[in-house]
Design a protein around this ligand. Structure first.
Ligand code: G3I
Length: 421
């Protein structure tokens, strides 16, 4: 790894660090860290006899930083005022369904789900009633579709269960995701490293994988995330993933053409971030459209922890994408409580709900906006709780239903936005 990529990675770690901490915590860290540096410098230049005194100060400062880290990583406790009987949410009309409100607008409302939830009667009933669409959170990824990670050796049994659930409940199933720079089989890296013709090797592997996956389910999977996260998160450039390494940006159009050939009826989406410079994404999509690549839409993941930009800025970019004639969709929305900034409002869950409403209302103004998918059903199963450093700073509580499957303010705010009330 060369020095520039180390600094690039350090930069993104810093970026992430600033994002995941609330500013107050981050700046108090920085102050304490600075104090330690100043002390060390003083230690170097000061005369011997005072070194002991300075060393003790240093020890106290280091201890302070450690305590601060533990405090900031600790769990917080936010009041669930929305459960109070006189809260406006408990007084809200209760005989409601998000799916009905979305259907009235001709929009999809979905959630990322897993097989345990399909096989659990409470979850499967809630999912099929409240949503008209869903995404398999992990089981349709390359890391889970192959037996022992062997290229060409497929296990379709899990996907068949999602298809059956979608068809039984007349729900749109989003295939996620055919090509992603993460979670690919280790055999792919080995094969590429050993190949004399890396571009041809990758072309052959992608052709076999995409043709088999999409072809096997032709006519039964409505929409595919063909390429996931082609735009880098913290650098203004395309993500230089393993596919880019072998084929340059050409891998993107190639994947879409293969998917279209295998199932001409399926809608094909590019899914991911807007990234640091929206022009990178907009130019990519414009090029794909101009080249006649069979792309139907762009899915903005919407993990607000990464792109908690001003909602209007997000909407402006989505509007430009819609103006290219592409459908736009929010495909993986979740809002970590701590990403709502430093303020600890009386009811952070209400702030969270209002923020999601703001996003949805801005998107509904866009002509080709087709739907919103939340990256999970309820707070008891969200990826932040399983992913350091977010898992060290609970509660994340990023979704529509709370840990007891109670409707949160976010649920009511989304419903009211859809009903325009
Ligand atoms: O199921 C195994 C379990 O048996 C094992 O004990 C455990 C510990 O190793 O791992 C479990 O698998 C994990 C899986 O989630 C299910 O929890 C994988 O390690 C873990 O990598 C996987 O993380 C998923 C991640 O994508 C990587 O695929 C998250 O659940 C999932 O929410 C997340 O979703 C991504 C989208 O696909 C793309 N956009 C970003 C989004 C968030 O990262």
């Amino acid at each position: 790894m060369d020095l520039s990529s180390i600094f690039k990675d350090l930069g993104s770690v810093m970026e992430m660090t600033i994002t995941i901490f609330t500013p107050k915590i981050f700046y108090s860290f920085a102050a304490a860290f600075l104090a330690v540096i100043v002390t060390i410098i003083t230690l170097i230049f000061i005369k011997k006899e005072k070194k002991l005194f300075i060393l003790s100060i240093l020890a106290i400062e280091a201890l302070t930083i450690i305590i601060m880290i533990l405090i900031s990583f600790g769990t917080a406790d936010y009041p669930r005022n929305y459960l109070n009987k006189d809260s406006k949410y408990q007084l809200h009309e209760q005989d409601i369904l998000l799916s009905e409100a979305a259907d009235e607008r001709g929009l999809y409302i979905g959630a990322a789900i897993n097989l345990d939830q399909i096989e659990d009667k409470n979850y499967s009933s809630l999912i099929s009633r409240e949503f008209n669409a869903f995404t398999a959170e992990n089981d349709m990824k390359w890391s889970n579709t192959l037996i022992n990670g062997e290229l060409g050796n497929y296990d379709f049994s899990k996907i068949d269960k999602y298809i059956e659930f979608a068809e039984t409940n007349d729900m749109r199933l989003r295939g996620h995701a055919l090509v992603w720079g993460k979670g690919y089989p280790t055999q792919l890296r080995k094969g590429l490293d050993q190949s004399d013709n890396k571009e041809q090797y990758m072309r052959d592997v992608l052709e076999e994988y995409i043709s088999t996956m999409v072809g096997h389910y032709a006519g039964r999977i409505d929409v595919w995330d063909v390429v996931n996260e082609p735009i880098a998160l913290s650098q203004p450039q395309l993500e230089e993933n393993i596919f880019y390494e072998a084929m340059g940006s050409e891998y993107i159009a190639y994947a879409f053409n293969l998917a279209h050939k295998a199932d001409p009826e399926a809608e094909l989406f590019l899914n991911g971030y807007i990234g640091k410079d929206p022009e990178i994404l907009l130019n990519l999509l414009q090029d794909l459209v101009n080249e006649g690549v069979p792309i139907d839409g762009f899915g903005l993941q919407g993990h607000t922890i990464f792109e908690a930009k001003d909602v209007n800025e997000l909407a402006k970019v989505l509007q430009k994408i819609s103006d290219l004639g592409l459908k736009v969709e929010i495909t993986e929305l979740d809002v970590r409580l701590r990403s709502l900034g430093d303020s600890d409002p009386e009811d952070i869950y209400e702030t969270q709900g209002q923020y999601v409403r703001e996003i949805l209302e801005a998107c509904m103004e866009i002509e080709n906006f087709v739907g919103i998918t939340f990256w999970g059903v309820d707070d008891s199963a969200n990826w932040f709780d399983l992913t350091p450093p977010f898992s060290w700073m609970k509660p994340n509580d990023p979704l529509l239903f709370d840990i007891n499957l109670e409707k949160k303010p976010m649920y009511y705010e989304v419903y009211d936005a859809l009903k325009n009330q």
